[in-house]
Each structure stands twice: as structure tokens, then as C-alpha cells.
Write a protein that binds this ligand. Structure first.
Ligand SMILES: Nc1ncnc2c1ncn2[C@@H]1O[C@H](COP(=O)(O)OP(=O)(O)OP(=O)(O)O)[C@@H](O)[C@H]1O
Length: 797
């Protein structure tokens, strides 16, 4: 065995004459290498794994010795050393052992015994790789611990067997794999003892009556206490009630329904084990309005289940992914997270899918109010109807599915209404969550058990379509404030056509912040992203017009830029439409900028809620043009009015609560003026590039301009805006110029911009340069309150 030989060699040289290795031989010496640094080769994997369901691929490696030393596993590989390394390597120079393997000790024999056979290994997916890395961590920790505190060999073996079982279960459940691709390495790694768990005080979870294994898996996430919504909603759900849960953004709603759903699955799995009953389909169907949110819910639940001895198989069913794969996964799924459109597509085309979902114990609607919008509701309604339809003979079922003509539909609806009146016993619990529910909903819920809404955009309409078992319990974790507690809100007034400039200025004042910029249109995202890139800012786009993989890639890049931020201080910027407004839980977003005033108050709440999550702080800044002042005032009144009313009723200090609302921020306009030239140039370049790629579609320009301004195409406002002579004639002229710009002209513009970007902007306060200011400071300062002070700000100076 390679390791034996190596040890013998080592012994032979110990104490022997010192020698210095030279040439290729020394460069090819085997030495410990980190898992990531090994020369992995990609393995072709079966098609069923080739998706984004958490399985990102396999790689293999040959010629690596896996050496186990005590609790630590090392990978020994022939990695060529750089010349510099050889020259600088004190051990090499000193003529000690030719390998960086540990020196022989009295445990040498044991080490050899424990060492792993030469690996022809398959590289584990990222999470296993991480586990392997984590194996190394305890060494340093354990070094400092007295020996007697370490578990003895027998205990180690027991623990490792437990872990091995757990991991195997989890792996099988979470991602079905080709057994041929499983290798020794997994097994070997699993045999190693886990690092000792850090003691976490979980006493605050105890009143929720969760199982010990659930508490233990939550402990692994280091969530030492439930959030308010979790503390209030979990007991209601565990008691079997239908629940409508409202809590501010970032307050942990996903686990408020996720924990009871997984807990129910665990109980059912335990019962099935005892009774040897077959599984009857999935436990839960969770509907989400966007694909990204669906993926994220899946990730959160998978993270929760990671520490369980047995885990449910969680799959997501969303547009942009292969339908056939999703159908296969649905057959074995325990928890299904889906967007309504794709779910209905899959469900209505395959009876077996409906069969797996008919017996669900939970139907969850996350961001329920958004499901009503953007045409989502039709499919959601179809799904509810299909779930409620009693199982019938196959052919009758087919007939019903195929029955698409109007007459047939009417009949079907009549039948369903009759069925509703008969109130069939519904076995499943219905859980609805959002940060924004109409404040009258609770009264309405308390007042009557049947809803009679006809407006399909109305929450009541949704509720009457859901077959609740009882009047749902309304759990409101934040009755006073809709916004997250640690969120600061600011507003910058600027000219309609100056938003790019103010956006850039705001970002420049926050160079180390990770920002999410929201716009009201896809075109604005398409325009702003290259504009910011031209200004050397790392911007990534996200909108519904992008293919799914590109959307996920943008989010990943935005997340990954965290590393860059720490390294060189430049932060990432995600420029997005409201597709990113709901639910996205991206760590360390510290600034949200509303480039356009959102169309609805709840959009403002959700957009702003991408920051200040899970007790972190964050800032939300709204760029407001003169024409947006009135809608903004209305929006702010809606978002913060409730707090005022409550404060008035309870006799609290109203001033304190009002001041928690939006404040105007006076950005120093001299600084802004200094940035104007570079923004104009960057804009010119972006426009020219876009005009060239788009060709001469005349009206596109106008439509884009209308969207940028947040007004209707063909509207009078569009004519007036920017003092355009005639119907956008100046804009059209600009478009023409942009298209006709030669390569050389474009090059000259780029060079001029480069020069400008290399210049530092002195803010005029002694030696303070632009990056020294902070919008948070500005927010803390003596800025005027926005409410009631919109007029007279002198916007057009
Ligand atoms: N008990 C807890 N303790 C600490 N952090 C938690 C706890 N529960 C959840 N979190 C974390 O809080 C963050 C926000 O959770 P989540 O995404 O569920 O919020 P949300 O209320 O659904 O927000 P939104 O309304 O924006 O969708 C997540 O990163 C999550 O991991």
C-alpha cells in the first residue's frame, strides 16, 4: 500500500543524513493537499442529476492517498511545488523528511492501520466537500483540549455509525443517486467522527412542543430562539389549525410553516415504520409566486433537514426546468415547492401527479397576496379545485381534465359550488403567509366563515376559494409596524430625468454596501445594468425576461460578490424588477434603492424587506421625481399610517413613531454635480451599445423612456417630460445618433470616461473624498421629515 511504503521511507530517513531534493522528483513529492486543490476531473452523470435540484455534478480523482490521522483525514497528492516554494521551504532546505507527512511517532503503526486505501475516488458534491473540510477543523480545537475530554474509541465508533446512518438517509432522501457513482470516499469520510457539537441553549424552543430531533436540527442552524411569528404560529399549526400568518419581512416566516411541516412528516414516517404502511404521496404542497422564492424555500427546508437522522425528499417544481424530470421527482417527493403555473401544467397533464398530491396534509401559500397578482391566480385556483375534487374512476378523471370548453367549465364550477356547499371534510391544513395582508382581513375573518368577494384581486376572493377546515387562526406578529424593526427609510428628491445621476451618487456614497436596485420595468433593468457597469460598478440584472439559469446566475454572482466586498471594498449591485421583491433572502444586503416609486404600498414593503432581515440593520432609499411625489405620499401614508393610529390609540409618543417613517435625505448637490459628466458619458455609451444591438425599432425607445419615467406610453406626461419637442422627437433623434455612432467615437467616449473614473471626487470637506460619506449618517442627521414636507424642497435647482 502506498501509505505503508511511505511510512517505511520516512522511518528509514529519520535521523539519517540530511539531504536536499532537487529536480522533478522533488517537485512531484506527495504532500497534503486541500480537497479543493486536487486535480478533479468531471464525471459524466446520468441525465436525472443534471439539474439545479441541489446536485451540481460529480468529479473524480486518481492517484491520491487518503491518510487518516486520529480525527483528521488528509489527502496526499503529487502536487508539483513551485520553484519559489522549493527554495523557500525551510524543511526542504534543512534536509528533513522529503514529505510533509507527520513525523513518525509511537503511533505510527496505528496511523498506518487507520490510513485509507489509495483512493480512486469520486469527488463528493460541494456539501460533502465542505464536510471533508470541516473534518479538519476540530484538530486545532482538539489540540487545545485535554486528552481525556475527547470521546474514546468506542464512543467515537457509535457516534460515527449514527452519523453514517443519518447521512446515508439524508443523501438518499435528498437526491437520488446512481449507486455506481457512490464510492469509498463517502463511506470513509462518514466513518470519521464528527466534531463535537457546540453546546447551544435551546430552552426557548421548548414551549413549542417540538420533538427532540427537531430541536436538535434547529440547534445546528444556531437559531437559539424562535422568532415572534415562529413562536406564535408553530403551536397553532401543530394543534392542527388552519393559519393565516402575518409578520414583517425577514422575520422567519419560512420556518414558521416549514418546521411544523417537517415535524408532521417525521411523525408520519415514524408511524409508517411501525405499521409498515406504504407512503401515500407527498406531505405538503407549498406554492410560491416566484421561482427564486421557491428555490429559496427549498434551500431553507433542506438546511433545516440536514441535521435530521431521516429527512424528507424535497423537490421544487418551477418554470424554466425540465418538466419530465420534475414529474419523476414528484413521484417520490415528500414536500413539493412549486410556482402555480408549472405546478398546474404538470398536474393537469398527468393524473399520477394529482394522485401524489391528493393526500397532502398541508397546503401552504407563501406570499399569498402576490399569488393574486400577475395572472398567477388562475392556475392556483385550478390547483385548489383539483386537490378538492374527490377521486373518481380514471376515465371520468381524464374526462374532467380534458373538459376545457366554456360550457363544460361552467358545469364543472356549478358542480364544485354544490360540492362546496356540501362542505366535504378536508383532511389537509391550509397555511397562508405574507408580510402584507389587508388590515381588515382579521375583522372579516372573525366576522364570518364564508367570504363573498367577486374581485379576483381581493384576498377575500382567494380565501373563499380555499377549502378551510375551519375559520383560520389569524396570527399577526407585527400588528403595529409593517416594516422590519431595524430598517431606516430615506427619500431623495430629484428631477425626473436625473435619476441615473442620483442613483450613481447614492451608490458612490455607499461603496462597500451590497445594494438591490428596484425598477418598475424590465427595460430599465436592461438599461441600468450596463450603465452602472460602464461606471465600474459590479451590477447584475434580474428580471422576468431572463431565462431561469441566467436569473439564478445573477443571484449567485451577486451573492458571491460578498467575497470581493471583503477583499477590495467594492460591493455588488443587483438591478431587478419586482421579481426579486418577494421573499428573497440574500445575506448581507444592506441597501435597497427604489429607482422607481413602487406601484403599490405592499411592493414598497417587500422591496425594502430585502434588507434589515433577521435582526440585521439596513437602509431603504426611494428616489422620487416631482411627478412621483403624490403617489409617494400616499404610499408612505399607507405604510406608516397604521403605526400612527396605534400610537394615538395607546397614548404613545406619536412623534417617535412618525420619525420611524421616511426621512428626506439632502445629498450635497455639489457632489452630485461633480458626478454628472461621468454619468452622462456612461449613459451615452450604454445607449449607443443598446441602440446598435436593438436595431432601429423606433417605438422601443419611446416605450423604454415611458417605462423609465413610470408613465404610460403615448401619455401626455411622456410628451412633457424632459421638455421634449413633439412626441419624443428629441429622444428619437438621440436614438438615431446613438445608432450611427462609429466604433472610433464609441472608443473615444470610453477613453474619456476612463479618465474621469480615475479621478477622485473631492467632496469639499477638507480632505474628505466621496467614499468617506455615509447615507446612514445622513439619515441620522437633522433631515426633514418627509411627511407633510414634500412641497418647497426646491427640487429643480
Ligand atoms: N429562529 C431564527 N433565528 C434566527 N434566524 C432565523 C430564525 N428563523 C429564520 N431565520 C433566518 O432569518 C432569515 C429570514 O427568514 P425568512 O426568509 O423565512 O423570512 P420571511 O419572514 O419569510 O421574509 P419575507 O417576508 O421577506 O419572505 C433567513 O436567513 C433565516 O435563515
Amino acid at each position: 500500500m502506498a501509505v505503508d511504503k511511505k511510512r517505511k521511507n520516512t522511518k528509514a530517513h529519520a535521523g539519517g543524513p540530511k539531504r536536499r531534493k532537487t529536480g522533478q522528483q522533488s517537485k512531484q513529492t506527495k504532500r497534503p493537499v486541500s480537497v479543493d486543490a486536487l486535480a478533479w476531473k468531471t464525471v459524466d452523470i446520468p441525465e436525472m442529476f443534471d439539474d439545479a435540484e441541489g446536485f451540481f455534478g460529480l468529479e473524480e480523482i486518481t492517484g491520491v492517498d487518503v491518510v487518516k490521522e486520529g480525527d483528521v483525514v488528509k489527502f496526499m497528492a503529487a502536487v508539483p511545488k513551485s520553484q519559489a516554494e522549493i527554495e523557500d521551504d525551510g524543511e526542504e532546505f534543512g534536509g528533513f523528511d522529503d514529505e510533509e507527512t507527520p513525523k513518525p511517532s509511537e503511533n505510527a503503526d496505528q496511523e498506518v492501520e487507520n490510513s485509507e486505501p489509495k483512493a480512486e475516488a469520486v469527488k463528493p458534491p460541494a456539501k460533502e466537500k465542505k464536510a471533508a473540510k470541516d473534518q479538519k477543523k476540530p484538530k486545532e480545537q482538539q489540540k487545545q483540549q485535554p486528552k481525556k475530554e475527547q470521546p474514546n474509541k468506542k464512543e467515537n465508533k457509535k457516534i460515527s455509525e449514527e452519523k453514517k446512518k443519518a447521512r446515508k438517509n439524508e443523501k438518499v432522501a435528498a437526491e437520488p443517486k446512481d449507486p455506481e457513482l457512490e464510492t469509498d470516499l463517502f463511506t470513509k469520510l462518514e466513518e470519521l467522527p464528527e466534531p463535537e457539537e457546540e453546546e447551544v441553549d435551546m430552552s426557548e424552543w421548548v414551549p413549542l412542543d417540538l420533538s427532540p430531533r427537531m430541536i436538535s436540527t434547529i440547534a445546528k442552524l444556531k437559531f437559539t430562539k424562535p422568532t415572534v411569528i415562529q413562536a406564535q404560529a408553530i403551536p397553532q399549526i401543530m394543534a392542527g389549525h388552519d393559519v393565516i400568518g402575518k409578520a414583517s419581512t425577514g422575520s422567519g416566516k419560512t420556518l414558521a410553516f416549514g418546521i411544523p411541516v417537517v415535524e408532521a412528516w417525521l411523525k408520519a414516517a415514524e408511524t409508517r415504520k411501525q405499521t409498515k404502511e406504504e407512503k401515500k404521496g407527498a406531505t405538503a404542497l407549498i406554492l410560491s409566486p416566484t421561482r427564486e422564492l421557491a428555490q429559496q424555500i427549498r434551500d431553507h427546508l433542506q438546511a433545516l433537514c440536514k441535521g435530521l437522522p431521516t429527512a424528507p425528499y424535497i423537490c421544487s417544481v418551477l418554470g424554466g426546468m425540465a418538466v419530465q424530470k420534475q414529474k419523476r421527482q414528484l413521484q417520490v417527493a415528500d414536500i413539493v415547492i412549486a410556482t402555480p403555473g408549472r405546478m398546474w401544467e404538470v398536474m393537469s397533464s398527468d393524473n399520477s401527479v394529482l394522485a401524489t398530491l391528493r393526500n397532502i396534509s398541508f397546503l401552504v401559500l407563501d406570499e399569498a397576496d402576490r399569488l393574486l397578482k400577475d395572472g398567477h391566480f388562475k392556475e392556483a385556483e385550478d390547483i385548489f379545485k383539483a386537490l378538492d375534487r374527490p377521486p373518481v374512476e380514471e376515465n371520468t378523471e381524464d374526462q374532467k381534465m380534458a373538459n376545457t370548453d366554456e360550457e363544460g367549465k361552467e358545469e364543472e364550477e356549478e358542480e364544485e359550488e354544490e360540492e362546496e356547499e356540501e362542505e366535504p371534510v378536508n383532511k389537509r391544513q391550509t397555511l397562508i403567509f405574507s408580510a402584507t395582508f389587508n388590515k381588515n382581513l382579521q375583522q372579516k375573518l372573525a366576522g364570518k366563515s364564508k367570504f363573498k368577494a367577486t374581485n379576483t384581486q381581493d384576498m377575500e376572493y382567494l380565501l373563499q376559494k380555499l377549502n378551510f377546515r375551519e375559520t383560520p387562526k389569524f396570527v399577526d406578529a407585527n400588528p403595529v409596524h409593517q416594516m422590519a424593526e431595524n430598517l431606516k427609510e430615506g427619500l431623495i428628491m430629484c428631477g425626473d430625468m436625473e435619476k441615473d445621476l442620483y442613483l450613481y451618487a447614492t451608490l458612490m456614497l455607499q461603496p462597500t454596501r451590497r445594494a438591490l436596485v428596484f425598477t418598475n420595468s424590465v427595460n430599465s433593468v436592461r438599461r441600468l445594468t450596463p450603465l452602472l457597469e460602464n461606471l465600474n460598478l459590479p451590477a447584475f440584472p434580474l428580471h422576468s425576461g431572463m431565462i431561469q439559469q441566467a436569473r439564478l446566475r445573477s443571484i449567485d454572482r451577486f451573492k458571491a460578490n460578498e467575497a470581493a466586498k471583503k477583499k477590495n471594498g467594492s460591493a455588488a449591485i443587483l438591478v431587478a424588477t419586482d421579481v426579486a421583491a418577494r421573499g428573497l433572502d440574500i445575506p448581507e444586503v444592506d441597501l435597497v434603492i427604489h429607482y422607481h416609486v413602487p406601484r403599490a404600498a405592499e411592493d414598497y414593503v417587500h422591496r425594502s424587506g430585502r434588507t434589515a432581515r433577521a435582526n440585521n440593520s439596513g437602509t431603504s432609499i426611494l428616489l422620487c421625481g416631482p411627478k412621483e411625489a403624490v403617489p409617494t405620499q400616499r404610499l408612505v401614508a399607507k405604510v406608516h399610517a397604521q403605526a400612527e393610529v396605534k400610537a394615538g390609540n395607546s397614548g404613545n409618543n406619536t412623534k417617535k413613531l412618525v420619525s420611524s417613517g421616511l426621512r428626506t435625505i439632502d445629498i450635497d448637490r455639489r457632489i452630485v454635480a461633480k458626478l454628472r459628466e461621468r454619468v452622462d458619458l456612461a449613459k451615452k455609451i450604454a445607449d449607443a451599445v443598446q441602440a446598435k444591438t436593438q436595431g432601429g425599432k423606433e417605438d422601443d425607445w419611446m416605450k423604454k423612456a415611458a417605462e423609465d419615467l413610470g408613465v404610460d406610453y403615448d401619455s401626455e406626461e411622456l410628451e412633457k417630460a424632459g421638455k421634449w419637442g413633439g412626441k419624443g422627437s428629441a429622444k428619437k433623434q438621440k436614438q438615431k445618433e446613438a445608432q450611427q455612432m462609429s466604433k472610433a467615437e464609441l472608443g473615444a467616449l470610453r477613453a474619456a470616461l476612463r479618465d474621469l473614473l480615475n479621478q477622485r471626487i473631492n467632496t469639499g470637506v477638507s480632505e474628505r473624498y466621496l467614499t468617506g460619506l455615509d447615507v446612514t449618517d445622513l439619515l441620522k442627521g437633522e433631515q426633514g421629515l418627509f411627511l407633510g414636507q414634500v412641497d418647497g424642497l426646491g427640487l429643480d435647482d
